[in-house]
Design a protein around this ligand. Structure first.
Ligand code: PLP
Length: 383
């Protein structure tokens, strides 16, 4: 029997052995600065170039459209602030959605933009029309995540992107740009930047079984976007500073592996998710948060009447099962703005927890998790 069951893959995934094997020789040998002219530098620059190529290939982009970053937060900030800087003559209005990650909402705030936050319905959905209706003459950027990190709800980025593009064509404008935070998507959803009609897209390495501290921002060729950082010419001047070569190699190979595994792994996890969801919903006073169908195949977010989410997380941890109360980035006991956006009561929000399955998840894990949760919840109610 496993000593631990890990069901918090939306917060962090373990490092894949394929990624580690690709990284190890690079960590040991490619110490040269990729900007140096000598042999060691050129070797590192070549490794870096191949990372751009492999990451680009995974999302149907060109290698020069990939900017290596230190994570999704970093990438989102660069996307938002760089777009607003480029579009400063046009205005500083941004449209986003109530359930976006704190990185998007925070970046917009820090950039001092005027923001329209489009509400979601009680299942976490938005429609493209309500986004386009919010466009003003001074709108520079629209940012909509591909899949939600707390409730796993998937937005139709292809349709939203197409609708924005049609609006731009009709109005003869290059604005608003369209950014999507796809951090939670690559393991389960196909990403093709042309099909999605995005100008900017964020990827995160630690969500795809890659090393932490890396990620990437896709910036479409010719998109009106301006550099934000001062410094050297690395990443085409878009992200100056000496590159994290081993991290980029790990990210590139993890993302490639994740894309190759996507269909099989999604098909394997879906029945496990259903089993977990149904097993938990059989406990009286339990409700599912977020849409059931348009949802990542690894996400179950539920509220249990009569027990605080944090208490359940702590008790499950003591019983060998790792889950979370929602976004790991919230920290402390700040209530979830995502669940509030669905219209959940404070009690329901405080009693919510998130289970996110991954490559290590087995039927036996699900069986044990349901039994353990049932025991803890019933004991809390009647104990
Ligand atoms: N966006 C989404 C959807 C996420 O799930 C996360 C992390 O959980 C982030 C952004 C921030 O990612 P990072 O911590 O890699 O900066």
């Amino acid at each position: 029997m496993k000593s631990r069951i890990y069901l918090d893959h939306a917060a962090a995934t373990p490092l894949s052995s394929v990624a580690w094997m690709a990284m190890e020789p690079v960590l040991l040998s490619n110490f040269g600065n990729p900007s140096s002219l000598h042999k060691e530098g050129v070797a590192s620059a070549n490794v870096l170039r191949s990372c751009h190529v492999s990451i680009a290939k995974c999302i149907g982009a060109h290698a020069d459209e990939i900017v290596l970053m230190s994570g999704a937060t970093d990438s989102i900030n660069l996307a938002v602030i760089g777009s607003l800087k480029a579009g400063s003559m046009k205005g500083k209005h941004v449209i986003t959605v109530a359930t976006e990650h704190a990185a998007v909402l925070g970046a917009i705030l820090v950039a001092g933009a005027n923001v329209t936050i489009v509400p979601v319905d009680d299942r976490g959905h938005i429609d493209a029309e309500s986004i386009v209706k919010a466009i003003r003459p001074d709108t520079v950027l629209i940012s909509v995540m591909m899949a939600n990190n707390e409730i796993g709800v998937v937005h139709d980025i292809h349709h939203i992107g197409k609708t924005i593009e049609a609006w731009r064509k009709k109005n003869g404008s290059v604005y608003p740009l369209f950014h999507s935070d796809a951090s939670q998507a690559p393991n389960y959803l196909s990403i093709d930047v042309a099909l999605l009609h995005v100008d900017l897209l964020t990827l995160s390495s630690p969500k795809v079984y890659g090393p932490k501290g890396t990620g990437a921002l896709f910036i479409r060729r010719n998109a009106p976007w301006s550099s934000v950082f001062g410094g050297g010419k690395q990443e085409g001047g878009r992200r100056p500073g000496t590159e994290n070569i081993s991290g980029a190699v790990g990210f590139g190979s993890a993302l490639t592996e994740s894309v190759a595994m996507r269909e099989k792994e999604s098909a394997r996890l879906l029945p496990l998710r259903e089993k977990l969801m149904m097993g938990l919903l059989e406990i009286d006073g339990t409700q599912l948060n977020g849409d059931h169908i348009r949802r990542l195949p690894n996400n179950v977010n539920v509220s249990f009447k009569g027990i605080e989410g944090e208490e359940l997380v702590i008790r499950l941890d003591a019983a060998g099962i790792a889950i979370s109360t929602g976004s790991a980035c919230k920290g402390g006991s700040e209530p979830s703005h995502v669940l509030a956006a669905l219209g959940l009561s404070t009690d329901c929000i405080n009693s919510s927890v998130r289970f996110t399955l991954g490559r290590s998840t087995t039927e036996e894990d699900i069986r044990r998790t349901i039994l353990t949760v049932r025991e803890i919840v019933l004991a809390a109610r009647f104990g």
